[in-house]
Design a protein around this ligand. Structure first.
Ligand code: ATP
Length: 445
């Protein structure tokens, strides 16, 4: 599937057409690499975050949730190393003014000469690389001077580190335990792109797991296995997932070891989640910069004190959505007709049920409307459609990824049964209308 730019174009246009993803500020010509999630996109996004929270927080007793502020004390980012070290090497072309990441020159090419192969910069006059900090700066309060500078966080992790003692004590936790957060992060990326893959504003789902030094390698392996299991559990094909270990030149300033979980996107294998052994780097630096003790004291042995090591799992909501959408996208021929179907797992699909009266007469609309009210009252996102042929209505829902269609027809009025159409197999079954909610719930589980 690598480098399937046609597939990428199809996905982008389906996402716009069906209301998954729109370009930000489109009527003004758009703003670089920010995307808005439409009616279906926001549902998919919520379902992804919900699945993550459930697996990482609700189903465990050793992880606590947190929602820290996006703006933090500026010293946080000095301590974390981001002010000095969160940089990418930037290269400019003096001739055409394009910008590149010096460490990605092999994979990119001049955007003004699209026919040029990756790694070729014919007629370009590239400057020496200079370091460019990726953090967005803004000012807190009415005075725009150096003393008022604050940053938009480039990761949620630091909020978990500075709250380590708060959560430990309030949650009555013992090591090993973790802190989970879902929230926005901002990076002034030099080369954003590939739709929602690399954006300047994005959302992360990050978990910091605090462990006793010496047990970190074991926990690292544990979290690698858990995280790949999670994404497979959302229906992503195993053959499109792999691990990639960071070599010494790729390792971030804080990391002892790092593995990416990569997905084979239409543009090639790329990271969508990182599992990092951040050692005690962050806690040690915050202890030093804040002057506050951040050591853990073992309650069973009060002489045993240490700064915990941290295993981090970090994944983007947008990248997870892109992997799910790319994996779910299928084109197939059914009875001589082309159909596009998003085979999203029912658990994450935005709309669970579509309700269709076969025709707009003979009591069918009234029956279907009542049925939809019941589905809605049960908390199942649904869509009512009575326009166009039933075949076209099915196709629209296939493309939107709706797993089940309920059709009210002549027989419904006679005997109170409806048909349930399954998106993936096209199987149709007849059930008692009164069982619709219970039946759909069973199918989603
Ligand atoms: P990359 O090498 O792709 O820039 P990274 O190694 O800097 O990513 P991390 O700092 O490990 O990424 O961030 C954790 C996760 O957050 C990534 O795996 C990705 O899913 C997500 N993420 C990071 N940067 C972006 C971005 N600019 N846009 C969307 N998601 C992002």
């Amino acid at each position: 599937m690598a480098n399937d730019s046609q597939l990428m174009d199809k996905l982008v246009s389906l996402c716009k057409r069906r209301g998954y993803i729109f370009q930000s500020s489109e009527i003004y010509g758009g703003i670089g690499s920010v995307w808005d999630y439409g009616p279906l996109g926001v549902e998919l996004q919520r379902n992804v975050k919900e699945a993550w929270w459930r697996a990482m927080v609700h189903e465990r007793d050793d992880i606590e949730g947190l929602d820290a502020g996006i703006l933090m004390h500026p010293r946080v980012w000095e301590a974390s190393g981001h002010v000095a070290g969160f940089t990418d090497p930037l290269v400019d072309c003096k001739a055409c003014k394009a910008r590149f990441r010096a460490d990605q020159l092999e994979e990119s090419s001049c955007p003004r000469k699209p026919s040029v192969q990756p790694g070729e910069y014919r007629d370009c006059q590239l400057t020496e690389p200079r370091l460019f900090n990726l953090m967005f700066k803004t000012f807190m309060g009415p005075v725009e001077d150096a003393a008022a500078v604050v940053y938009l966080r480039p990761e949620t992790a630091q909020g978990s580190y500075v709250n380590f003692q708060n959560v430990l004590n309030a949650g009555r936790q013992r090591i090993p335990f973790g802190i989970a957060q879902v929230g926005k992060a901002f990076r002034n990326e030099i080369t954003p792109g590939n739709f929602i893959f690399r954006t300047r504003e994005f959302e992360q789902m990050e978990m910091q797991f605090f462990v006793e030094p010496g047990t970190d390698d074991e926990w690292f392996e544990y979290w690698k296995a858990k995280r790949i299991e999670w994404i497979q559990g959302l229906g992503v094909r195993a053959e499109r997932l792999r691990f990639h270990e960071h070599g010494p030149t790729e390792l971030a300033h804080y990391a002892k070891r790092a593995f990416d979980i990569q997905y084979e996107f239409p543009f090639g294998w790329s990271e969508f989640e990182g599992v990092h052994n951040r050692t005690d780097f962050d806690l040690r630096r915050h202890q030093e910069y804040s002057g506050k003790k951040l050591e853990y004291v073992d309650p069973m042995d009060r002489d045993k004190r240490y700064l915990p090591y941290v295993i981090e799992t970090a994944v983007g909501v947008g990248r997870t959505m892109l992997a799910l959408l790319a994996d779910a996208y299928h084109e197939e021929e059914i009875e001589g007709e082309n159909r596009v179907v998003l085979r999203l797992q029912p658990r994450v699909a935005p709309t669970k049920v579509a309700v269709f009266p076969l025709v707009r007469k003979d009591g069918m609309p009234e029956f279907a409307e009542k049925l939809q009210r019941e589905v809605r009252a049960a908390g199942l996102p649904s869509f009512y459609d009575d326009s166009g042929s039933i075949g076209r209505r099915y196709r629209r829902q296939d493309e939107a990824g709706t797993p089940f269609g309920i059709t009210v027809d002549g027989q419904t009025i006679a005997d109170g049964t409806v048909t349930v159409r399954h998106r993936d197999t096209l199987r149709q079954e007849r059930i008692d209308a009164g069982r619709t909610v219970a039946h759909v719930r069973e199918l989603i589980r």
